[in-house]
Design a protein around this ligand. Structure first.
Ligand code: G3P
Ligand code: MG
Length: 265
């Protein structure tokens, strides 16, 4: 089977990560699916957010100056929705693609999406999404994020052909297998960049998403030969992607679908 290209947080080199614009951009570029990070607001609404703090990817510091360190779980949805989640991309140009002239769109005023919106967009496009369930910072650490996300996925009417779940929290993924066995659950591995991956801890998973720097192609080859589907993150260099594909990786997560998609055409 042809490996898949997964747009990491959307096409985040060309649009602000974890926004609907980044998802649409990844779709336009022909990515097979997009990956996004699931968080929860203080009042229990599921949203897309990667960092614990809103400071890097929104204007929260300017808008709510007294709320340092701007942990997203300390904000109600209404306050999160008032934020600008796009201007930072033009201001900081995180991948240098604005300066390179590769970004023609204006993303100022982009909003933090709800997971519902993300699912509806995925459905509208007839596309697929990898929902990475994050550990939630206080005060929402105990929030039933898996159960609520599953509820929402079903409510929107998406099934296992369109949604796959992943998490660093392997226990959460095992719970998913029990609660909703029709879906796929992937083990994200390599949380600490300087610690070797404990592969044994994930031996009951068929699908593994390891940090690429801790999972060289030789290792991926062994795992693939043992029947695992392996999706390293984050692979931005086309030559490196080709080495992984040649080794039998089932796909890669990339910030640059515009570079990796053409390799598979
Ligand atoms: O799911 C793969 C990858 O997204 C995990 O790392 O920190 O980018 O969410 P992170
Ligand atoms: Mg992620």
């Amino acid at each position: 089977m042809r490996p898949v290209v997964i747009a990491h947080r959307g096409a985040r080199s060309l649009a602000p990560e974890n926004t609907l614009a980044a998802a649409r951009k990844a779709f336009e570029l022909g990515a097979d699916l997009w990956e996004t990070d699931v968080g929860v607001s203080k009042d229990g609404f599921l949203i897309l957010m990667h960092d614990d703090s809103l400071a890097r990817t929104t204007d929260a510091p300017a808008r709510y100056p007294g709320a340092e360190p701007w942990t997203f779980t300390e904000f109600e949805l209404e306050k999160l929705r008032a934020l600008d989640a796009g201007s930072w991309f033009h201001e900081t140009d995180p991948f240098g693609e604005v300066a390179a002239g590769h970004v023609r769109e204006d993303y100022r005023g982009e909003r933090i999406p709800t997971v519902r919106e993300a699912l509806l967009l995925t459905k509208e496009l007839g596309w697929r999404v990898n929902l990475e369930l994050k550990r939630q910072p206080p005060p929402m650490a105990g929030f039933p994020i898996l159960e609520r996300t599953l509820e929402l996925v079903r409510e929107v009417g998406l099934g296992p052909e369109a949604v796959v779940f992943s998490s660093f929290d392997l226990e959460l993924m095992r719970r998913g297998r029990r609660l909703a066995p029709e879906f796929r659950y992937q083990a994200v591995l390599g949380f600490h960049r300087d610690r070797p991956i404990d592969w044994d801890a994930a031996r009951d998973f068929d699908e593994l998403n390891p940090r690429a720097a801790l999972a060289p192609p030789e290792r991926v080859r062994e795992l693939a030969q043992a029947g695992k589907r392996v999706y390293p993150w984050t692979v931005n260099d086309p030559e490196e992607a080709l080495r992984y594909f040649e080794a039998g990786a089932a796909g890669v997560f990339t910030d640059y679908p515009q570079r990796i998609v053409p390799l598979l055409r």
